[in-house]
Design a protein around this ligand. Structure first.
Ligand SMILES: Cc1cc2nc3c(=O)[nH]c(=O)nc-3n(C[C@H](O)[C@H](O)[C@H](O)COP(=O)(O)OP(=O)(O)OC[C@H]3O[C@@H](n4cnc5c(N)ncnc54)[C@H](O)[C@@H]3O)c2cc1C
Length: 285
């Protein structure tokens, strides 16, 4: 096994592009990679990107919010520039130690069905920036996540940033995680919503995503269409009656498929209720 910690993005990309006899593994916080025996082939060459300045920080740029891929959950939780849903998700990832070490980019590249970062980012129309010596490309997050533990990342590419279009960060947002216990626990189901209200007091735009109830977290487009134009008092019944056709929950140790389908409705309803209450209270978005 070899271990390399580059000090520049160029060095990291060059190392990734080198033809090596053994498999290469990118390492950031290591909270998924070290915990996963499948991710630790014995003869692998580790490339630790956690100290690359170019992959850290959150800043507006060219009409977008740019989040460096190695930015920690702790930094995300405490960044007032970011929408509430993403900060709430960050607050609920693991323990404080995990939030200090673990990165948003690692969460997306690991592509677990219960990844807490994904539902809020889907409702914010996030894109990912992928960089290699061949150049930079950009994908929508739903194009990047191909399935459980599968992404569109090529072997010589790094995820360098997550990009949030300014227009998609307007409105009220909320994230809700249903887990089997308080503290460090993966989601049985999670939900993120973003609601924008019209001057007439109806929903002008709804974005809803659910995690841990399909191979990758998904937007609930059918429900979103149903919510648009709805009055606040009818949101709950619309959610409860929705079939949620995009979900494909499974039975596993954390919960049954039917529990997950039920919890998805509960989580979406409560997240919408939180957005509504904050709008009524006039809390800052
Ligand atoms: C005790 C514990 C509790 C946890 N709780 C939660 C939780 O509540 N919610 C949750 O969502 N997750 C949880 N996790 C999972 C994990 O902490 C997160 O997914 C974290 O965000 C992973 O980030 P990382 O920087 O540690 O990734 P790493 O472990 O370093 O990497 C993960 C994967 O992504 C690849 N990778 C990382 N960064 C890049 C990049 N920039 N470009 C290309 N490839 C990259 C690596 O090669 C690896 O395959 C938990 C983990 C542990 C151990």
């Amino acid at each position: 096994m070899t271990y390399f910690r580059p000090t520049s993005l160029e060095d990291a990309l060059a190392a990734l592009a080198e033809p090596l006899p053994s498999p290469r593994r990118v390492l950031c916080g290591g909270t998924d990679a070290y915990a996963d025996p499948g991710a630790r082939p014995p003869a692998s060459g580790w490339i630790d990107i956690s100290r690359l300045d170019a992959l850290h920080g959150i800043a507006p740029r060219d009409g977008e919010l740019r989040i460096g891929a190695a930015t920690s959950w702790d930094a995300i939780e405490h960044c007032a520039l970011l929408p509430a849903s993403l900060r709430e998700a960050a607050h609920q990832v693991g323990s404080r130690q995990i939030r200090v070490a673990g990165s948003l980019g690692g969460n997306l590249c690991h592509a677990a069905p219960a990844a807490d970062g994904v539902p809020p980012l889907l409702t914010l129309d996030a894109c990912v920036e992928l960089t290699s010596l061949r150049g930079v490309r950009r994908l929508r997050l739903d194009e990047f996540l191909l399935g459980r533990r599968r992404t569109a990342l090529a072997a010589d590419e790094l995820l360098t940033a997550i990009l949030l279009p300014a227009a998609a960060t307007t409105g009220r947002t909320a994230f809700l995680k249903c887990a089997n216990r308080d503290g460090t626990a993966l989601a049985v189901v999670s939900a993120a919503v973003r609601l924008r209200w019209s001057g007439r007091g109806v929903v002008a735009q709804a974005a809803v995503a659910v995690g841990a109830a399909s191979e990758v977290p998904v937007r609930l487009r059918a429900l979103e269409e149903g919510l648009e134009g709805a009055r606040p008092e009818s949101l709950s019944s619309l959610i409860r009656e929705s079939r949620l056709p995009e979900l494909a929950p499974i039975d596993d140790v954390r919960g049954s498929a039917s529990l997950r389908r039920h919890l998805a409705r509960v989580a979406v309803e409560r997240a919408c209720a939180r957005c509504l209450q904050e709008a009524i209270d006039g809390a800052p978005a």
